[in-house]
Write a protein that binds this ligand. Structure first.
Ligand code: HAX
Length: 433
């Protein structure tokens, strides 16, 4: 057994015992109430699900197992000579709750390398998908096509104790994570680079290798990839990609079904697809205004966008009420590595005016930028010019968090999800009462 799996196995029992006793002794304690507005309004703020891996504070932003992003950038192991944290480390942390050592991370890198090869039938399936199919559709299909490999589904069919569910789920999650950079870069090179593929480099880490297989060898881009794959990995349990993965998994669907479903949710423009929408919109801003706009031009442009009934992409958030720390981490990266980039200048100029405009507009509860307002500008700088691909990077990263959670879901024996829906007539009757 690998040390990661062993460590996870050893942390199981105390957690199981704690949850069991909470439910037994405090099962009737109220942790939330639901209003009519919340029932119609996407259940904002209703506390009704448990996710161990991360927690989101509206003002401070995300904490991964208690660590904020600056702390992660400092404490997680790095690639040799690198400054940014390795995604393998965030997986270890999310799964076990403990910071990994350099050796722990090396072991995960090696294990993912060993599990990474893609079966021929998957390549045939990916080849058969038309090139003009959105990369997120291809990504989701690629993950789903591998479902026949599921160890969880096989073991379940053979008969498995509920206490053991986590073990094949762990195996599925590790196999999927190992393969995601290969699936994603295969889709990228097939769709945009004449089907010319780049074999993996066995000496590289997960994120560095992803950059290499996409075809960008700049060492700073590899660092960007590592940072990007860490900061997008998890955002507590209620966001659509995490919740969908958890929900589908709650039926004891395996990790392939659950993750593919989660990726379909990430592909919506109000969620992960916002990153491609931001870049497309910024390019329109630049083109319409003839270059990096001045403040006056930008103010008018943003108002025109809002008056046309459109959202300002990359701004607002369902939970956050401050600038997203994931935005700030990317801004710091840009200030260090590409301060003179034209698109970065536009992103910065928008940051200066958009919050005031959104406040004055008076609709968005959060006028500040989210993670997607910044990522495209960095990817573009290093040569990823195909905006439609941006959400696939996000998806590979998000898989880290949602699969770590899925292993915990099965380890804790969480139930099939089945909240109670009501009708408008029922609400009306309640109000009359
Ligand atoms: N521009 C214009 N209007 C906005 C807005 C924005 N950026 N953000 C919110 N609003 C509007 C909403 O459309 C809503 O209008 P209606 O009352 O007419 O429906 C109103 O303000 C209240 O919305 P809210 O409560 O502040 O926001 P929600 O929790 O409903 O939605 C969203 C959160 C992120 C979906 C929203 O802010 C949005 O559409 N932003 C732009 C798209 C975007 O950046 N998405 C990425 C979010 C981060 C993420 O999940 N990444 O994966």
């Amino acid at each position: 057994m690998s040390s990661l799996k062993e460590k996870f196995a050893s942390s199981l029992e105390p957690m199981r015992a704690k949850v069991k006793s909470f439910v037994k002794e405090h099962g009737d304690t109220k942790i939330s109430e639901v209003t009519v507005a919340q029932a119609y309004g996407g259940m904002r703020g209703v506390k009704c699900m448990v996710t161990e891996t991360s927690a989101l504070d509206p003002v401070e932003g995300i904490r991964f197992r208690g660590f904020n992003i600056p702390e992660l950038r400092e404490k997680l192991p790095k690639a040799p000579g690198g400054e940014e944290p390795l995604p393998e480390g965030i997986f270890y942390l999310l799964l076990t709750g403990e910071l990994p050592s350099e050796d722990d991370v090396k072991e995960v890198t090696e294990e993912w390398r060993q599990r990474s090869s893609l079966p021929d039938y998957l390549i045939d399936i990916l080849k058969a998908i038309p090139k003009d199919t959105h990369p997120m559709t291809q990504f989701s299909q690629g993950i789903l096509a591998l479902q026949k490999e599921s160890i969880f589904a096989k073991k379940y069919r053979e008969g498995l104790s509920k206490m053991e569910y986590w073990d094949p789920m762990y195996e599925d999650a590790m196999n999927i994570l190992a393969k995601l950079p290969l699936i994603a870069s295969y889709i990228y090179r097939k769709t945009y680079k004449n089907d010319e593929h780049i074999p993996p480099d066995p000496n590289l880490d997960w994120g560095g290798n992803f950059a290499h297989m996409v075809g960008i060898e700049d060492e700073i881009f590899k660092e960007l990839m590592r940072l990007y794959l860490v900061i997008h990995s998890d955002h507590e349990g209620g966001n659509v990609s995490a919740h969908t993965t958890h929900l589908v998994g709650s039926t004891l669907s395996d990790a392939y079904y659950a993750l593919s479903a989660g990726m379909n949710g990430l592909a919506g423009p109000l969620h992960g697809l916002a990153n491609q929408e931001v870049l497309r919109w910024i390019m329109e801003v630049k083109e319409d205004l003839g270059g990096v706009p001045d403040k006056e031009q930008l103010v008018k442009y943003l108002w025109d966008t809002l008056k046309a009934g459109k959202v300002i992409p990359g701004y607002g958030h369902a939970v956050l009420r401050q600038t997203d720390p994931r935005y700030m981490a990317q801004r710091e990266f840009a200030l260090k590595h590409l301060p003179d980039d034209e698109i970065f200048k536009v992103v910065s100029a928008i940051y200066e005016v958009a919050p005031d405009i959104l406040r004055e507009h008076g609709k968005a509860k959060n006028p500040w930028p989210n993670v997607d307002a910044h990522s495209g500008c960095l990817l573009l700088h290093y040569g990823v010019t195909e905006y439609d691909f941006y959400t696939v990077f996000f998806g590979a990263s998000r898989a880290i968090g949602v699969l770590a959670s899925l292993i915990w879901d099965r380890a804790l024996g969480l139930s099939i999800e089945r909240p109670k829906s009501i009708t408008t007539d029922w609400i009306e009757a309640q109000i009359k009462k």
